[in-house]
Design a protein around this ligand. Structure first.
Ligand code: ZN
Length: 150
């Protein structure tokens, strides 16, 4: 097991057991994300004020990877502008889909780069990206739940 995969495991276990920002926000943007293949169901809540994400929480249930990814994602986007959050989504997505190199996205992603470890488990990629697709849906103004299966 290389360092990145070991670090990835550590973060998934930590955030999966003790998800940060787990809960509900009232009167903010919210969107459901569904991953029918695994049974993950989350609802993402994002408060946007003056073009900036001032708060983010998520609720729902799913596997450790989906919970940990939602936890890490909500931590990462708090305090970011909408434009920065979109950049983060694109960097993360490119990394997971192995379309961009780690060197390129590392400065943008910071510690989120360890989530690249999921690429070693292709069947879990949808669990790891679910919260990010919900985020992207909110930023794009989607009003129907997003699903990993079209
Ligand atoms: Zn899952």
């Amino acid at each position: 097991m290389d360092n990145l995969v070991a670090l990835y495991h550590e973060m998934i276990v930590d955030h999966g057991k003790n998800p940060r920002n787990f809960g509900v926000l009232e009167g903010v943007h919210e969107l459901k994300g569904l991953n029918p293949l695994c049974g993950d169901q989350i609802t993402l809540y994002v408060k946007i004020e003056g073009g900036k994400i001032t708060d983010a929480k998520f609720s729902g249930q799913g596997c450790a990877i989906s919970m940990a990814s939602s936890s890490l994602m909500t931590q990462a986007i708090k305090g970011k502008t909408v434009v920065e959050a979109k950049t983060l989504f694109e960097a993360f997505h490119g990394l997971i889909m192995q379309e961009t190199s780690l060197d390129h996205v590392n400065p943008i992603l910071g510690k989120l780069a360890v989530l690249q470890g999921v690429a070693a488990y292709p069947s879990r990629i949808k669990c790891a990206t679910l919260a990010w697709h919900a985020l992207n849906g909110i930023l794009e103004g989607a009003d129907a739940p997003v699903s990993t299966e079209k």
